[in-house]
Design a protein around this ligand. Structure first.
Ligand SMILES: Cc1cc2nc3c(=O)[nH]c(=O)nc-3n(C[C@H](O)[C@H](O)[C@H](O)COP(=O)(O)O)c2cc1C
Length: 189
């Protein structure tokens, strides 16, 4: 199904899985999205920046723009993948000390759909702060998928695709569900 054609921000955190985010970029572009990669500062060590820039045709961003730099296009949707323990907890608390977190801090208030694909091990996922973060973000309409390694419904893309694409495809499927449930909804209106 092609219903993209907007600007999708993919926020990449410092997880070992970040090296595979090109799979998500390919799937998203196949759906018609323009993809803007935003990396947390530590995620820059985990990704191939030139390869992602070639794939998206856009610079990878990891810091706030300088005041004299032009404003980048607004996101129509955001996927945080892979999402770390650290970034999920900071997002829930409203901390905006990196560009990635600044975008996330505003997104629910702007009505921008956000899907989070956690890559968090069981020890961290069992912690009370993490469980509280997931609960409070869900209460604000953020879609938090089951962590990797846990069972979930098969993604629509699984039917014909590469099994390695599965987690990334699940994030796009969740975004499609969010948009169908609340098309054009602006939080708080
Ligand atoms: C090789 C390596 C792999 C990591 N993978 C993960 C991971 O999958 N999930 C996670 O929550 N943290 C992981 N970490 C820890 C994060 O990189 C660390 O908490 C970092 O501060 C997260 O920063 P960010 O949330 O700003 O991207 C990993 C660290 C290393 C060195």
């Amino acid at each position: 199904m092609t219903w993209g054609n907007g600007v999708l921000y993919v926020i990449v955190c410092a997880s070992g899985a970040a090296g595979d985010v090109g799979r998500l970029v390919r799937l998203a572009r196949d759906e018609g999205w323009t993809v803007q990669i935003v990396a947390t500062p530590p995620a820059l060590d985990f990704i191939d920046v030139p390869a992602l820039e070639r794939q998206t045709g856009r610079p990878v961003r990891s810091r706030y723009r300088r005041p004299d730099e032009p404003k980048p296009p607004r996101a129509d949707a955001i996927i945080v993948a892979p999402a770390t323990f650290n970034t999920i907890n900071k997002f829930a608390l409203g901390i905006a000390d990196t560009y990635a977190l600044g975008l996330l801090a505003e997104a629910p208030g702007l009505g921008i759909p956000v899907v989070v694909l956690p890559f968090v091990n069981d020890a961290l996922a069992s912690r009370a702060p993490f469980r509280r973060s997931v609960e409070s973000l869900r209460a604000e309409g953020v879609s938090i998928l089951a962590g990797q390694g846990r069972s979930g419904p098969p993604a629509a893309h699984d039917r014909a695709g590469d099994p390695e694409d599965r987690p990334w495809a699940r994030a796009l499927d969740a975004l499609g569900r969010l948009r169908r449930e609340a098309p054009g909804e602006v939080a708080g209106s």
